[in-house]
Ligand binder design. Sequence first.
Ligand code: ADP
Length: 479
Amino acid sequence: MHLTIRARLTLLYFVVLAASFVAFFWICDFGFRRSIEITVNDASRSNLETVRRVIDGSLPRGIPKVQKELSELAGLWANGAIFEVAGPDGQSIFRPKRFQALQAPLPEVPAQGISFLTTNLEALQYRIARERVVIGGGVFLIDAAVPTEPFDQALDGFRLTEKRFLPLLVVLASLLGYWLSGRALAPVNRIVESAESIGVQNLSRRLEVPRAKDELRRLTETLNAMLGRIESSVAHITQFTADASHDLRTPLALIRTNAELALRRHRREEEYRETLRRILAAAEESTQLIEQLLTLARADAGAAQLRFETADLSQVLYKASQHARILAQAKGLEFSEEIDCEPFPVSLDSSAMERLLLALLDNAVKYTPGGSVTLRAYLCEGQAIVEVQDTGVGICQTDLPHIFDRFYRADQTRSREVRGSGLGLAIARWIAEMHKGTIEVESELGHGSLFRIRLLLLNEETFDVRASEGQTTTANSAV
Ligand code: ADP
């Protein structure tokens, strides 16, 4: 059964109040009964004392005088209280008719003190106090009875009130609870209404923050902060989509224009070949861009899987170095490698690490119009350090903090029309982070750049054991 919070709160009020009222009335009832018992006992005890005094005063003048005085006393008691007295020889001295209707035998009386009993005499309930007293050398047994009816009536009256008002009180209090919980939950309804009105089109809207410094205010502020994060993520995604579409359009437009121009009139075979070469280059560029976008999308979704194994980084370094040498030579650049002749035991995904190194080396060659490119690797304080240094165009200080952002391309390189997507370094940073490493850059405009990767070295025993066992682990990515 699905109940609203308001209904649940009201039900809770109802149960708690009903239980409290029942407990309260039960305690009152118990206290009332107890105080009635004490009052009735006191009354019968005091009557017993009066009878004792009368016997004491009249006994010297003989038993008939005692009987006379006692019947006068009985006539004076108007509230229905009665008594009986038995003399020293067990003979009844004074016994009103009603006592003859005694249904149960009175209990044995202790040698000292008073005993009490509640019983019926002619259909009326009495509280009887009985005492054995010694007067003038003789033992008298006195029973003083007080009717309990007036007290019972008061108790019945209380119980009747209880029965009438208890349900009423519980219902009234529950209604009050319903109203109160409605008031307490009103801000929640307002939050729900304004949250429902927020969509992708108006993500800049925020929920109204309640004035009271309570949990709802905290909830609203938290939701607003979350909306802020969602807004910036959506803006990021929108920008990313716009940049990606823009960058994809350029090679596609190139393919189209080249094809259209070629078809406009008949051309020589060499011209067709040149056009096809340009089309192929543009197609390769868009394929590379799509592949980079896919890598980042997989990384964002946490779906890109890297397979880590314990290996020597130098192998990957030499492979990347061979590739970079060819690129550098093709552009007439000097290329040198300074790789320490020691093992570089690290946990790595070889193909991802190669991709990272190639991205840096490719950039170094791309952004160096003339000069040299160096690949350096050494061990330092438990880390494997890899540096890619060039003497190229460099990066200005305002661009430096952004070059690892997606689609970011420094202005001066754009203007020189070096082709690129601005995604290479974003992927490079992701790969470094997946290896629990870092990537940093030092650069000065016009004086070249230095990219540095730091990777954690495995200690040699771990390396030996894991290498001999050929251990591999996989990691899901999330950038
Ligand atoms: P791109 O495809 O544009 O090279 P990257 O993400 O690889 O994208 O690089 C981002 C930007 O960083 C480049 O556009 C360029 O401005 C700058 N950059 C990267 N490497 C170098 C470098 N070695 N020298 C100068 N600028 C560089």
